[in-house]
Write a protein of this length. Structure first.
Length: 238
C-alpha cells in the first residue's frame, strides 16, 4: 500500500513540476519522509534528473543559458556542503532540515521578493540550490525566486536545464560519499512510471488548467506534511 501512496505522491508532484518548472522535491519529499525517509534525498534526485531532462527537451526554446551557467558554477560548493551533511547527519536531523527547507521554500514563493537573475543573484541561488538540493532534494525554491519575473515557459526551460546539471552533480557527490545505494536505484526504477505519467499530465494542465491553482493546492498538502515531519522528528529527539 505504501508503494501506491508514494507513486501517487510522485505523480502529482511531477505534474506540478512539469507545469511550473519546480516542485518535485518540495511537494513529494516531506510526504515520502513520513513513509520511507530512508529513500531520501537520493530517490528524488534520481527521478528529478529524468523529469528535468524531459522538461528541458520540451521547453528548450525558453532556456536562459546565462542563468544556467552562473547557477551551475554556484551549485558546486553548495552541493559539496550538502553531500557532507547527508554523509554525517542522522536521519532525524535530515528530516528536520528537509521540512524546514520546505517551509522556507513555501514562504519564499509567497513573498514578493524579486532579486533578479543577474550573475551575482544566480551564483547565490545556485549555491543555495546545491546545498538544499543535495541534502534534502529541495533545490527549486532558490531558483524560482530569481526567475519569477520570467514567462512560465522560460522558467520551465531554464530550471529544467539547471536541474539536469545540478541533479547530475548532486547524484555524483552522493555516490562518492556512499549515500547513494542500489536500493535507491531500484526504487527510482520502480517509481519512474509514476513520474512519466505526471509529466505527461502536465501537458494537459498547461493547456487546460490553472497551473498556479494546482501549485497552491499541492503546496498546502506539502506544508501539512512538513509540519508533521517536524513534530515527529522533534518527538524522536525528545
Amino acid at each position: 500500500m505504501e508503494l501506491v501512496v508514494i507513486g501517487v505522491i510522485l505523480m502529482i508532484a511531477a505534474c506540478v513540476q512539469g507545469s511550473i518548472g519546480f516542485g518535485l522535491g518540495m511537494l513529494a519529499a516531506p510526504l515520502i519522509a513520513l513513509i520511507r525517509p530512508d529513500l531520501l534525498p537520493a530517490l528524488i534526485l534520481l527521478l528529478a534528473l529524468v523529469l528535468s531532462s524531459a522538461t528541458l527537451i520540451r521547453d528548450r526554446g525558453g532556456v536562459e543559458w546565462r542563468v544556467v551557467l552562473w547557477t551551475s558554477i554556484g551549485r558546486l560548493p553548495g552541493s559539496l556542503l550538502g553531500a557532507t551533511a547527508v554523509a554525517f547527519l542522522p536521519l532525524t536531523g535530515l528530516s528536520l532540515a528537509l521540512a524546514t527547507a520546505v517551509i522556507l521554500g513555501i514562504v519564499s514563493s509567497l513573498v514578493g521578493w524579486r532579486p533578479g537573475h543577474g550573475p551575482r543573484a544566480s551564483l547565490v541561488a545556485g549555491a543555495a540550490s546545491g546545498l538544499l538540493g543535495t541534502s534534502t532534494s529541495i533545490g527549486g525554491p532558490p531558483l524560482s525566486i530569481i526567475l519569477r519575473d520570467l514567462a512560465v515557459e522560460k522558467i520551465r526551460g531554464t530550471m529544467g536545464a539547471a536541474f539536469v546539471i545540478g541533479s547530475t552533480l548532486s547524484i555524483t557527490l552522493l555516490s562518492l560519499s556512499g549515500s547513494l545505494t542500489f536500493e535507491h536505484l531500484k526504487a527510482a526504477v520502480l517509481f519512474l512510471p509514476a513520474v512519466v505519467i505526471g509529466f505527461l499530465l502536465s501537458g494537459v494542465v498547461n493547456r487546460h488548467l490553472n497551473s498556479q491553482a494546482l501549485y497552491f493546492g499541492a503546496v498546502g498538502l506539502s506544508l501539512l506534511g512538513a509540519v508533521v515531519v517536524i513534530l515527529r522528528s522533534l518527538g524522536q529527539l525528545l
